[in-house]
Design a protein around this ligand. Structure first.
Ligand SMILES: Nc1nc2c(ncn2[C@@H]2O[C@H](COP(=O)(O)OP(=O)(O)OP(=O)(O)O)[C@@H](O)[C@H]2O)c(=O)[nH]1
Length: 604
């Protein structure tokens, strides 16, 4: 029993579905009129219209009406657009005002890519069609009824009335068209428009800020990567408002041309590729892939050329090629990432975001992805996010540059410090050496090299100061002049070197017998002189003592030893004496001593 009830229910559902399909397929205009009233706002017509493709593009309203009568209007099958088609797409729909007052509405075209829009309206069943929209991108922007980057038309429907519409969408000569409109209350439309423009202004302003910072950075750091980044950001500042229609709305109000979009697009692609080369350092790190990048740069230059020459077919082809080649950058970035480059990692991510935006736009235009808020704005947001990601990487780049500069400065300071210390040490060492050399030179200048005693010059200097001091203090001073006896014979007998040893031994022996304050010097070959502070008697005693000391000197000359004696001349200083005068007197006394038989001392 229960089973049969379920079966009957199933059958009735099936019959209902079949009947529904039969009815909907046979009705020329199966879609019911869209109900509107004063609450209608941001209402898309999608699902409430049917379309007809006119491949030649020359069909008039009468042709479209005939197509409708022949049931040639079909439901739009794709999600995004009608795809790239030549000619025009006609859409047909009805609006029914359920309210008790007339409705004035804005009909906004949902995309910015349309070139022509025509619209016809009539009160269903009685009146003739009238033209409610006749817009063209080729017309100056200033002539638009409602100032907006996308086409906006105005319709009015009386209370309780149903109106029938035919809208013609065309992109000349071939293009992507999404035949959809949005209904707005005019005041709400203006409010949403200002919000949208604020959002776009913020994005573009952000890009401009990035461009300025990059430019300042370029001048400050003198790194050309920042200039490349500035150029790229600036190109984006130009391309997005141009593509979205704002450039024509605010700047080029009277001169629309599609080539401006291609030109700004070409420049942006070119700038992006130049920046990618710098940022990823492809010339050095991936030389083979770098050649592909050059190819892409060449393609972007051709695109710029085609846009300047206003060759639409060539520009479209080159732009498509440029976008199709874009994934190569991702490959390069991934390759650089694999090589351990942080820039490579960031760029892989940034480029993925950008390509996803462009991909979304492509899929939407081809009709694979729904035309909605996200698929409409994702490309520009993605393009912006790409710049943010790169900005972060540039920040990191700057931070690292600063760090390595600080490190270099630190090690430079350290090296400087070490070098300074080293220099100071060397200077100190050299100064010491120089002082020592000077001392040695001075010593040599006043020393007799054979005996180590003062030489003649030094004796005169030191004896002079002793003389002055003694004359000042009225002290006695004596000069003892020594001359070794028969020294020539010593030389002749024992050899010159033995004579030298005799002189050295004599000098050492006498030196050890006198006071430190006494001035002893060798002033000639075998002549020595001693200056002492002493009375005449003491001087004489000293001379005798030293003479006796000399008698006991034994000189070792190989197998034989020999002795020698010395004669001494003594002279006392007198007032106003000079050293020479005293020496002369001592010399005379010495001569006396020699004459009297040598080995004796004589007072002058
Ligand atoms: N070995 C050596 N001999 C020297 C040096 N300087 C001078 N003589 C020698 O000393 C000798 C001095 O001789 P003389 O002036 O004739 O006097 P002397 O032979 O000592 O005779 P008297 O002075 O009269 O006792 C010379 O033969 C010089 O060549 C020296 O530095 N070394």
């Amino acid at each position: 029993m229960l089973k049969s009830i379920v079966r009957v229910k199933h059958i009735s559902v099936l019959i209902f579905i079949l009947l529904f399909q039969l009815v909907t397929a046979n009705l020329a205009f199966a879609l019911p009129a869209l109900k509107i009233d004063n609450t209608t706002n941001n209402q898309r017509l999608e699902g409430h219209f049917k379309i007809w493709h006119d491949p030649a593009g020359g069909a008039l309203l009468s042709d479209a009406r005939q197509a409708a009568a022949d049931d040639r209007f079909k439901t739009l099958e794709s999600k995004g657009s009608t795809g790239s088609k030549s000619g025009a797409i006609w859409s047909r729909f009805q609006l029914h005002n359920t309210g008790d007052s007339p409705q004035r509405l804005f009909l906004e075209y949902v995309d910015h890519q349309l070139v022509f829009l025509d619209g016809y309206q009539r009160n269903y069943g009685n009146s003739e069609f009238k033209l409610v929209a006749h817009q063209s991108m080729l017309e100056p922007f200033s002539e638009r009824l409602i100032s907006h980057p996308r086409f906006v038309s105005f319709v009015e429907i009386g209370a309780g009335e149903t109106h029938e519409f035919y809208f013609r969408f065309a992109s000349d000569p071939k293009g992507f068209v999404y035949p959809d409109l949005r209904l707005w209350q005019p005041d709400k439309f203006r409010y949403v428009q200002s919000i949208e423009q604020l959002g776009i202004a913020l994005l573009v302003g952000g890009l401009l800020l990035i461009a300025i910072i990059a430019l300042v950075g370029g001048f400050a750091i003198k790194d050309r990567i920042y200039f490349a980044y500035f150029f790229y950001a600036l190109a984006k500042v130009i391309v997005w408002p141009t593509v979205l229609g704002y450039t024509h709305m605010y700047v080029l109000r009277d001169s629309f041309h599609w080539s401006y979009m291609s030109l700004s697009g070409g420049i942006t692609i070119f700038a992006g590729l130049v920046f990618a080369r710098e940022f990823l350092d492809t010339a050095k790190k991936t030389p083979r892939l770098d050649k592909l990048l050059w190819l892409m740069i060449f393609n972007s230059l051709l695109l710029i050329g085609a846009a300047l020459m206003r060759d639409s077919a060539m520009a479209t082809g080159l732009m498509t090629l440029a976008l199709l080649l874009y994934p190569i950058i991702s490959v390069i970035a991934l390759r650089r990432w694999a090589q351990g480059s942080t820039n490579g990692m960031v760029y892989s991510l940034a480029w993925l975001i950008l390509v996803s935006g462009l991909f979304a736009q492509g899929l939407r235009d081809l009709g694979f992805v729904e035309h909605n808020f996200v698929s409409y704005y994702w490309p520009i947001v993605a393009s912006y996010l790409e710049m943010i990601a790169i900005s972060l990487a540039m920040g990191v780049h700057l931070y690292r540059l600063r760090q390595s500069k600080e490190l270099a400065e630190k090690s430079y300071r350290h090296r400087l410090e070490t070098t300074k210390e080293e220099l100071e040490r060397v200077v100190l060492e050299r100064t010491k050496e120089l002082q020592l050399a000077k001392q040695t030179a001075e010593l040599e200048a006043r020393t007799d090299s054979l005996t180590g005693l003062r030489n003649r010059r030094s004796f005169f200097k030191d004896a002079q100061s002793m003389l002055s001091s003694c004359q000042r203090n009225r002290q006695s001073m004596a000069i003892l002049m020594f001359d070794i006896d028969h020294f020539k014979t010593i030389n002749d007998t024992h050899g010159h070197s033995s004579g030298d040893v005799a002189l050295q031994t004599f000098a050492a022996s006498i030196s050890s017998e006198i006071r430190e304050s006494d001035i002893f010097a060798r002033i000639g070959g075998e002549e020595f002189v001693l200056a002492i502070r002493a009375e005449i008697a003491v001087a004489h005693q000293s001379a005798e003592r030293l003479r006796k000391v000399t008698e006991h000197i034994y000189v070792n000359a190989g197998v034989v030893q020999f002795k020698f004696t010395t004669s001494i001349g003594i002279a006392m200083i007198e007032d106003d004496d000079t050293i020479e005068q005293v020496l002369n007197r001592a010399d005379k006394a010495l001569y006396q001593a020699k004459r009297l038989g040598r080995n004796r001392s004589m007072v002058a």
